[in-house]
Ligand binder design. Structure first.
Ligand SMILES: [Zn+2]
Length: 198
């Protein structure tokens, strides 16, 4: 319960700051949608040998997913199974959107990896973009781990800021957004709406 309250308040804070910087005007419609998924039949095949195990209990997952311009919360029910084979003692079924059963969906991971490897964004810009576009907050460490998992490497180093004024912008970002970041957001926003219009 406390988690969802914290999430809500961070969304509100985010929305306020966006209005404050004037980069987003139609943010009031951005409510995070919630969808339900279930994959917990009474028996389920072992992921290694396919011999079906018997469900011993259900588990609820909360997964952060994305759709166009928004964050989606998936509440998934999966089963925990006692195996009848020797591969493992227990295993868990999964929902399609989150094959790893973790906090973020496959789509979120894919988008982050794409932003780094195809759009050549630094980890910090990826964080910013995910927050702007989908209200999803991801730590730099998590981004790094996802890249490593995929065996993908960033097109430029994670700390690859242009050298001029980097310490200045770091100081500015400690106090809030640096002006360059805000401009970057506007430029990107303009590009996006052009794309949407065409
Ligand atoms: Zn097995």
């Amino acid at each position: 319960m406390s988690t969802s309250t914290r999430e809500q308040s961070s969304v509100v804070a985010n929305r306020t700051s966006r209005n404050g910087s004037g980069t987003v005007s139609a943010s009031s419609s951005r409510e995070s949608r919630q969808v339900y998924r279930s994959n917990a039949p009474r028996t389920f095949p072992c992921p290694d040998c396919s011999i079906r195990g018997r469900r011993v209990r259900k588990r609820i997952l909360e997964v952060i997913d994305l759709e166009l311009h928004n964050r989606v919360k998936i509440v998934g029910t999966v089963g925990v199974y006692k195996s009848k084979c020797d591969c493992c003692k227990y295993f868990t079924s999964e929902i399609r959107e989150a094959s790893k059963g973790t906090e973020y969906s496959n789509r979120v991971r894919d988008e982050v990896v794409r932003l780094v490897t195809e759009e050549n964004l630094t980890y910090e810009l990826v964080r910013e973009r995910m927050n702007e576009d989908f209200l999803i907050t991801i730590s730099i460490g998590t981004i790094h781990n996802w890249l490593k998992e995929r065996g993908a490497s960033p097109a430029r180093p994670a700390s690859g800021r242009r050298s001029s004024g980097s310490s200045r912008s770091r100081q500015a970002s400690r106090n809030g957004q640096s002006s360059r970041q805000v401009q970057g957001g506007r430029r990107r926003g303009a590009k996006r709406s052009q794309r949407a219009a065409s």
